[in-house]
Design a protein around this ligand. Structure first.
Ligand SMILES: NC(=O)c1ccc[n+]([C@@H]2O[C@H](COP(=O)([O-])OP(=O)(O)OC[C@H]3O[C@@H](n4cnc5c(N)ncnc54)[C@H](OP(=O)(O)O)[C@@H]3O)[C@@H](O)[C@H]2O)c1
Length: 250
């Protein structure tokens, strides 16, 4: 990433977790980072954390559910070289107990929020005729998992969207990539009461993501052993994967 001096990255969900760690790595490698998050207090905290990069880091307070607010931010800046569509939420639920609002919330933030951010910044990237868009999906989008009935489908939808979008944006020299991490130690996973195989620190995850950002790989997935196992579970006959997952998780 050493050639990245003065390139611009827009990162949604920058105030903590993966978004904050990705931004930190980008700032270290010379990017200017325009961050977006919705909680003012958390933004103040991340600005304090990144004080040594104060000329290169600007954070906007906006909710990815609000397209117009994102559009206003996009109008104020140059076309991003890298657009990281990372903002997301995760609430473990049991489908027989949860109500419809929790599903709507996941769809609004995780799926439509990514589309809002994508469309808000896309126009300028198309005019610039270059750039990379990284869409944050999850291994939980590969196969339906217990307690992931609200979250998992939004991540499957994101991967499917990214697979389609990459055909459309190739002609503008814009690369679309998808990132499917396993378990990363953040606020989001703090609430999981089950064992999380391969759990890694967000700093380590961010390093892996940025190491692969310019590679020809469409999907960045890690950690290796866990992602291979999950890939296997998603391709073997359903009754085997069902029984295995039930045994491991429940
Ligand atoms: N942690 C994992 O194990 C894991 C694994 C696979 C994929 N992922 C994905 O990675 C992404 C980041 O997850 P994380 O674990 O880092 O979560 P996190 O620590 O909870 O951070 C989520 C970030 O998204 C922002 N955000 C949430 N709702 C938003 C909204 N409506 N508008 C704008 N920003 C919003 C939050 O900031 P504000 O509260 O300030 O808005 C925060 O900065 C998510 O898409 C998640 O699904 C995580």
């Amino acid at each position: 990433m050493s050639e990245s001096k003065s390139k611009i990255a827009v990162v949604t969900g920058v105030s903590e977790g993966l978004g904050r760690s990705i931004s930190y790595e980008l700032l270290k490698s010379g990017f200017k980072v325009i961050g977006i998050s919705s909680n003012k207090n958390k933004i103040l905290k991340v600005e304090k954390n990144f004080i040594k990069f104060k000329d290169k880091f600007k954070c906007h307070c906006a909710d990815v559910r609000n397209y117009n607010d994102l559009k206003v931010i996009a109008e104020q800046i140059q076309a991003p070289d890298l657009l990281v569509l990372n903002a997301g939420i995760y609430k473990p639920i049991e489908t027989d107990k949860a109500n419809i609002e929790i599903y709507k919330l996941h769809i609004d933030v995780n799926f439509l929020g990514v589309l809002n951010s994508y469309f808000a910044f896309l126009k300028k990237m198309i005019l610039q005729k270059k750039g990379t868009i990284l869409i944050m999906s999850s291994i939980a989008g590969w196969i339906g998992l217990p307690k992931a009935g609200a979250y998992g489908p939004t991540k499957s939808a994101l991967k499917s969207f990214a697979q389609s979008a990459r055909y459309d944006l190739e002609k503008y020299n814009i690369k679309v990539k998808v990132c499917s991490p396993g378990f990363v130690k953040t606020k989001a996973t703090e609430i999981n009461s089950f064992y999380m195989p391969g759990l890694m620190e967000p700093e380590e995850a961010a390093k892996i993501i940025l190491k692969n950002i310019n590679s020809s790989k469409f999907e960045i997935s890690f950690p290796l052993i866990f992602s291979c196992l999950m890939k296997l579970l998603s391709i073997i006959p359903d009754r085997w994967s069902y029984l295995l997952i039930k045994k491991i998780v429940m």
